[in-house]
Design a protein around this ligand. Structure first.
Ligand SMILES: Nc1ncnc2c1ncn2[C@@H]1O[C@H](COP(=O)(O)OP(=O)(O)OP(=O)(O)O)[C@@H](O)[C@H]1O
Ligand SMILES: [Mg+2]
Length: 251
């Protein structure tokens, strides 16, 4: 039996004066508890699609349906922005993360408990009173994740979660994602850095120029799909020496 939490049907989005749509006929569904990686080159439409799902933008055609919970309320969607700076609302780290639980009607004590737990979860414990805008790029990204965790959404979207993160930061985010998966949360991860996360994904979707070109098993994509022609580097390969370590076109 399927338990669809999100249904995207034939989405079309164009930004005039551009005559090329950012999204063109995109359809897919997501099951409750699924962990999906959505990949694609720069400009392929990943962030536009997620802004639509998070209800921050409207599509020109098509529809997005989000399931309802047992109380009949539409399931909540939390989006960790690609631009972490844009997500900062509070003066201090703690105030920033408090916004979510306070807006959800938690009392001051509950809200602070939730905020402190989420700050700890992303490895920012001890920085609660620092000015949020003074954090490093990677720390701001962790803060953005904490802010979304504190809202406790059913569907969590991570838009390029690894940008600016060091090894420890990537591992930290992946631990959070792994734990959210265990809790049965629905997770969408937008990235072209497949090597950092694909093992956590139940399914991979690839966008090229606003259209879905792949929607299926991660393993099949790696063995059979023309990832390179879609602007995605296949992570399968071997590094043996320094001269192998170069991100450069072969031509
Ligand atoms: N508000 C906007 N106004 C005009 N064009 C836009 C707007 N938002 C997105 N676009 C265009 O839509 C296309 C898809 O952009 P989008 O941000 O979804 O790409 P992306 O796949 O997330 O890329 P990246 O990997 O660089 O984050 C791009 O060509 C972009 O210029
Ligand atoms: Mg993007």
């Amino acid at each position: 039996m399927t338990d669809t939490i999100l249904e995207v049907t034939d989405i079309y989005r164009i930004f005039p004066p551009s005559t090329v749509p950012a999204l063109d006929g995109v359809s897919f569904s997501v099951q409750r508890g699924e962990c999906l990686v959505i990949s694609g080159a720069n400009g392929s439409g990943k962030s536009v699609l997620m802004h639509l799902i998070a209800n921050l933008d409207r599509c020109d055609r098509g529809s997005i349906t989000i399931a309802r919970d047992a109380q009949g309320r539409e399931e909540t969607v939390g989006l960790v922005f690609q631009d972490a700076q844009a997500q900062i609302l509070g003066d201090t780290v703690l105030e920033d993360v408090l916004f979510g639980p306070e807006n959800r009607g938690k009392n001051a004590q509950e809200a602070e408990e939730i905020a402190r737990t989420c700050i700890c979860r992303v490895g920012l414990a001890g920085k609660e009173q620092l000015p949020a805008r003074s954090l490093s790029g990677g720390e701001k990204r962790r803060l953005a994740v904490a802010g979304i965790l504190a809202i406790d959404p059913s569907i969590i979207i991570f838009d390029e979660p690894y940008a600016n993160l060091d090894w420890d930061g990537v591992v930290g985010i992946n631990r959070v994602i792994r734990d959210l998966k265990k809790e049965g949360r629905t997770i969408l991860i937008l990235t072209h850095e497949l090597e950092k996360v694909l093992a956590l994904a139940h399914r991979l979707i690839v966008l090229v120029s606003g259209k879905i070109v792949y929607n299926g098993a991660p393993d099949t994509a790696l063995s059979e799909a023309p990832l390179k022609s879609w602007g995605i580097r296949s992570p399968i390969g071997s590094y043996r020496q320094a001269s192998d370590l170069l991100w450069m076109d072969e031509t």
